[in-house]
Design a protein around this ligand. Structure first.
Ligand SMILES: Nc1ncnc2c1ncn2[C@@H]1O[C@H](COP(=O)(O)OP(=O)(O)OP(=O)(O)O)[C@@H](O)[C@H]1O
Ligand SMILES: [Mg+2]
Length: 346
């Protein structure tokens, strides 16, 4: 028989949500990961090029936004936290723009190291009439040089001494490596600091010891080696990851179906998506890891933190581009669409 949903007695009420989100203010969260710059070139198209069968875009403006781990940092700042990014930029224009953007949102930048000779990861999207025409990436995905990685480890230690929690935002762009994780996660454990990882499957076994991990469906399937078809496969994959990493929770994000929280010793809980309108799901995973970790650091239980993160993701998917949510917007989503929560016995 397929698993039967059952009511979960932990629905977040609005006064508890308001209390928790008020406690987000000023909480210091370290973010170790791949900093990136999102570059948008906006314009319009009125003809096809005579040179090749491609549209000719008349550029009207350009904009730059923090991406990757930088988007996690941006989300934390928008929620009232004090983010401490730990990562690398190159000695190039994109690196300088990344640094400026971090400073502008009030992030501490002592942990942002310039690695000479490295290209700052930059994704450029050409958008005409609200439609993406092309995207081109400039990046150096090789692992960091050992001396840079060692310096990053030191920067992470310094950030951990100030932080209430650590997020690892791994985009497989070379910043996060097994030796770096060993040093940083060991230090976090010694200091008693909770760690939440937004993973990529390549470092699966290195994400330990951590408190929680937030894979999406594809990542979870790959990590657990399970083909996910039926709903119970999701819980099986999450349970396998939980067991292998020995962590306290796996928060599996399910796109338009919301998220599945699989906590050690508790039945998995399915939290339905909270979005009212969906425009752009880019970066929703960054919002989830930011809000979930911040909520835990502010004293939320895992199910409470998951519900706040789900509401925050519901806000950002309703905005165009890599977006962020504020506490007011989260409260607004929770008031009109308390996402249905069910749990599955498995
Ligand atoms: N189409 C959608 N409708 C409603 N909510 C959505 C939708 N897509 C994503 N979400 C919300 O965003 C959360 C994270 O989305 P998703 O599972 O796509 O993460 P992801 O694949 O890690 O995203 P990212 O592109 O940032 O890496 C979901 O748990 C859900 O709350
Ligand atoms: Mg993701």
């Amino acid at each position: 028989m397929p698993p039967q949903p059952e009511a979960l007695p932990v629905q977040l009420n609005s006064s508890r949500a308001a209390g928790l989100s008020a406690a987000f203010e000023g909480v210091t969260i370290a973010v170790l990961g791949d900093l990136m710059l999102d570059h948008f070139i906006w314009g319009s198209v009125s003809r096809i090029s005579p040179e090749a069968p491609v549209p000719v875009v008349r550029v009207t403006r350009e904009s730059f936004h923090l991406g990757g781990a930088g988007n996690v940092v941006n989300n934390l700042a928008s929620l009232g936290a004090r983010p401490l990014p730990v990562g690398v930029i190159g000695d190039d224009e994109a690196g300088r723009r990344t640094m400026e953007a971090l400073q502008k949102i009030g992030a501490g930048t002592d942990g942002v190291l310039q690695a000479g000779g490295r290209t700052t990861t930059k994704k450029t999207r050409v958008v005409a009439h609200a439609q993406q025409v092309v995207r081109f990436d400039r990046e150096d995905e090789s692992l960091l040089d050992e001396d840079v990685s060692a310096a990053l480890g030191k920067a992470a230690s310094a950030a951990l001494r100030e932080a209430k929690a650590l997020i690892v935002s791994d985009y497989e762009k070379g910043t996060v490596s097994a030796p770096l994780l060993k040093a940083v996660l060991g230090e976090a454990r010694r200091l008693g600091i909770p760690v939440v990882v937004d993973p990529k499957p390549h470092l699966y076994d290195a994400y330990t010891p951590v408190t929680a991990i937030t894979p999406n469906l594809g990542e979870a399937a790959q990590m657990a080696g399970i083909r996910i078809r039926a709903p119970e496969d999701r819980a099986r994959a999450a349970a396998a990851i939980l067991k292998r990493l020995g962590c306290k929770a796996v928060l599996l994000t399910l796109g338009d179906e919301g998220m599945l929280l699989c906590e050690e010793g508790a039945p998995p809980a399915l939290i339905g998506a909270a979005a009212r309108e969906v425009y752009d799901v880019t970066g929703a995973g960054d919002t989830v890891v930011a809000a979930f970790t911040l909520a835990l650091a502010a004293g939320a239980t895992m199910p409470e933190a998951a519900q706040l993160a789900n509401a925050a993701a519901g806000v950002v998917v309703g905005k165009v581009g890599t977006a962020t949510a504020t506490r007011e917007e989260i409260m607004n989503v929770l008031s009109f669409a308390a996402a249905p929560i069910t749990s599955y016995r498995c």
